[in-house]
Design a protein around this ligand. Structure first.
Ligand SMILES: Nc1ncnc2c1ncn2[C@@H]1O[C@H](COP(=O)(O)OP(=O)(O)OP(=O)(O)O)[C@@H](O)[C@H]1O
Length: 599
């Protein structure tokens, strides 16, 4: 019921089109039911000698062309009327198709827009955990199922109901008992259909999920194909995909089996119903209870009626599928959008940052950051070093309010971070990720992503700071070169440098390099850092890195271990500390000495 209401809401603005389609199918049904009545009248009263039983208007028309006697010589007239009715029915069917398709298309567009829009505002955490393949499937195939249901199937429910009502209305005055006999198995077929619908809904849901898992595996594999090949893991990947493929196939087999049952049993029931009507009506024609024309009408109507009723089974299956799809789309829409509209402060940010006893946990009881305290003045550089999983990324994510800390306090220029508007703080904290995502656009567009109105000169400047300007000029089309699948292939380091330019162009007072110099050689790394230092508006900079050379010049270095700061100070202080920093420094020194000697 909730889903039907949801569909009704989606139809807003297109409801009149949809009703137009329903009325058209009603009128088309009426015209198709008229043909057997014309045949009946012709058999009984024109060819035969039964008294004419037709509405007054039709009787008047017949009298005006010379009465039933005159029609005997003009049997082409009923034939032409039947053809004319077929044409009129065709016209109504055309409008039914046009209007329902237009309404369905509009609904699909509304749903796609709504889901796309919603996805943009879900939390960072949601997108970290969501499976892209599954989301794509919900935005495409699920919407398509709903569109198809609205465009064709739901109208057929209307058609079946109209057919049922109109035939009962015409048949009862002719012979009430024969009408009951003609309808005796309809409830059985209907109940059978409903049972089937319930079974099939569950089976469809399982199949959709299996299909989603299969596309996720495919999507993940295609994205990471280079890794797969590099590690020679093709056979393992093929097996993994095959596993999902087998589940998908088996669930499809199950559905096919269910359908096979449905069609054979409903075929059998329909044949029994037609047999009963044929036998009874032939016998009653023979005994004179009904006319030959009435016999023709009943048998034609039962034939006409059984098809839409059986179709109803298929339609209801599609209703089941459409409801599952609506649920799946509803699941995305039910996800709470990240609360952005808090009336936070939008202060001009200088970049003085202070962490006081900050504790944060993703899951209750499992703190990832513990009692973190440090201060940094605007324009200074903080470096963070620590083993993997120590909480380095989490710490800088807290700064951008991708997550909110549970205990302690983070202040920026003396204002509590939670009091500052989320949108505003994200505009002021430039996050550069280790594996930056570049869009399939030109290099210039990728750099200007954060500030589309930036002048070319600014683009060149930030590219120079990120030591990528000369590389770009070497490409045939320079800054107009396309990046991505159809464009130039960039190295990991080049991608990182483009991402750095993209963040610098925003001119954020706080910049975070989350291991984003890892793919850049040491010389370029040093060049970028020295260019950053020379910038006029120096930002407060956070650098996460495993390379001592990258972080040694930082004003403060934090050494994190298991979510706690185990060492804090500048390079010289930490060297004399004889702790983790000192050990890593010695190790990296040794490595570079060995490398120097061997080269
Ligand atoms: N979105 C999340 N939900 C739940 N746990 C998370 C989430 N992100 C990270 N974690 C967990 O928090 C811990 C710290 O992760 P974090 O990414 O901050 O470490 P890191 O020091 O940056 O590691 P690396 O050097 O490998 O990037 C890890 O144990 C990680 O599994």
């Amino acid at each position: 019921m909730k889903n039907i209401k949801q569909l009704w809401n989606y139809l807003k603005g297109n409801r009149s089109r949809y009703f137009g389609a329903l009325i058209s199918i009603g009128l088309a049904t009426l015209f198709s039911l008229a043909a057997p009545l014309i045949i009946k009248t012709t058999i009984d009263s024109v060819i035969g000698d039964k008294e004419l039983q037709a509405p007054k208007v039709i009787q008047d028309v017949i009298v005006s062309i010379g009465g039933v006697e005159a029609l005997k010589d003009k049997l082409w007239i009923p034939a032409i009327i039947i053809v004319a009715f077929a044409i009129i029915r065709g016209i109504f069917l055309y409008f039914k198709g046009k209007w329902s398709a237009e309404a369905a298309e509009a609904v699909a567009k509304t749903i796609r827009d709504q889901v796309y829009d919603h996805l943009q505002y879900l939390s960072y955490d949601y997108h970290v955990k969501a499976e892209t393949g599954d989301l794509i499937q919900r935005c495409t195939s699920d919407v398509e199922i709903i569109r198809r249901f609205l465009a064709t199937q739901s109208i057929e429910i209307g058609s079946a109901l109209f057919m049922l009502l109109f035939t009962i209305y015409i048949m009862v005055p002719m012979d009430a008992t024969l009408t009951i006999i003609s309808m005796s198995l309809i409830p059985v077929i209907f109940v059978f259909t409903v049972v089937f619908f319930v079974k099939v809904k569950e089976a469809f849901k399982l199949m959709e999920e299996a299909e989603g898992k299969m596309s996720s595996t495919l999507q993940e594999n295609l994205t990471g194909l280079r890794v797969v090949r590099a590690f020679g893991r093709q056979a393992y990947e093929v097996d993994k995909f095959d596993e999902k493929n087998i589940v998908n196939r088996d669930l499809t087999y199950k559905l096919i089996r269910l359908f096979a049952w449905y069609w054979s049993v409903s075929d059998l029931l329909s044949m029994i119903q037609m047999g009963i009507v044929l036998t009874t009506s032939v016998y009653w024609t023979y005994t004179g209870r009904i006319t030959l024309g009435t016999m023709v009408v009943f048998n034609t109507y039962v034939g006409m009626l059984l098809w839409p009723i059986r179709q109803l089974g298929r339609v209801i299956t599609d209703l089941g599928k459409a409801m599952v799809s609506l649920d799946r789309i509803g699941e995305i829409l039910a996800e709470k959008k990240e609360k952005m509209e808090e009336k936070g402060e939008n202060p001009k940010i200088k970049g003085n940052i202070s962490f006081k006893n900050v504790t944060f946990e993703y899951e209750k009881g499992k703190p990832v950051l513990n009692d973190i305290s440090f201060d940094v003045k605007e324009g200074k550089t903080v470096a963070i070093l620590g083993p993997t999983g120590a909480g380095k990324t989490t710490l800088v994510h807290l700064l951008a309010r991708l997550f909110d800390y549970q205990k302690g306090s983070i202040k920026i220029d003396g204002i509590e971070l939670k009091e500052i508007d989320k949108k505003w703080i994200r505009k002021n904290v430039g996050l550069i990720l280790q594996e930056p995502f570049l869009f399939a656009r030109t290099i210039k567009d990728n750099i200007k992503l954060g500030r589309v109105e930036a002048e070319d000169e600014e683009v060149f400047n930030v590219a120079k700071v990120a030591a990528i300007h000369d590389v770009v000029l070497d490409f045939d089309k320079g800054y107009e070169t396309l990046v991505g699948e159809r464009g130039v292939s960039l190295s990991g380091g080049q991608k990182q440098r483009l991402a750095i330019s993209r963040s610098l162009i925003i001119n954020c007072p706080i910049i975070v390099f989350d291991d984003s110099l890892s793919a850049v050689d040491t010389e370029t790394d040093a060049a970028i850092r020295s260019a950053l230092k020379k910038r006029r508006n120096k930002a407060t900079t956070f650098i996460i890195s495993h390379r001592i050379a990258t972080i040694s010049e930082a004003d403060i270095i934090l050494v994190l271990e298991k979510g706690r700061i185990v060492e804090i100070g500048n390079h010289n202080e930490l060297i004399s500390n004889n702790g983790l920093y000192n050990r890593i420094w010695k190790l990296q020194n040794l490595e570079s000495n060995i490398l120097e000697k061997s080269s």
